[in-house]
Design a protein. Structure first.
Length: 156
């Protein structure tokens, strides 16, 4: 068996919760808990909040039936730049399937333009969605959507 170079995980960056009533949950986390609304997508029925300040940690709220990857549960490990650049090989070498945001097979990490962050997803043995994520130091590009890292680097 090949020895894997394990990723340098520095913390849990995000966690996600399915919610019954997204508007009620947005009000609770914003108004009661004092979290800053980072992004709201009414089309997908989701909302993201910064926890501890912008780009530090995030909470995602998913209205009924809107979660990606047929989400059982999801969390993301925060990793450094070198780790995310090597994440595709790590996931493949571990015998896992590298996935994009919606569970599609990918050949490289993907960039989420509104944050911006580069990520790769895979599933644990119980089918939970696991992500490795690195926050980019560049300005956000919400119109970019979610595309391969190579497209981001090319300025597409």
């Amino acid at each position: 068996m090949t020895q894997l170079n394990k990723p340098a995980i520095s913390g849990i960056y995000e966690t996600h919760l399915p919610v019954r009533n997204l508007e009620r949950s947005i009000a609770f986390y914003r108004d009661t808990m004092g979290l800053e609304l980072a992004h709201r997508n009414t089309e997908r029925n989701i909302a993201f909040f910064w926890v501890g300040g912008k780009n530090r940690s995030m909470l995602g709220l998913w209205g009924a039936g809107s979660a990606p990857l047929g989400m059982v549960l999801h969390f993301a490990f925060q990793v450094d730049r070198d780790t995310i650049l090597n994440s595709y090989d790590f996931v493949k070498d571990a015998g896992l399937a590298p996935l994009g945001l919606d569970g599609e097979p990918v050949e490289e990490p993907v960039v989420i333009g509104w944050m911006p962050a580069v990520s790769i997803y895979f599933k644990d043995p119980d089918g939970h969605s696991i992500e490795m994520i690195h926050i980019l130091d560049e300005p956000s590009r919400p119109d970019f959507g979610v595309q391969p890292l190579s497209a981001w680097l090319a300025g597409d």
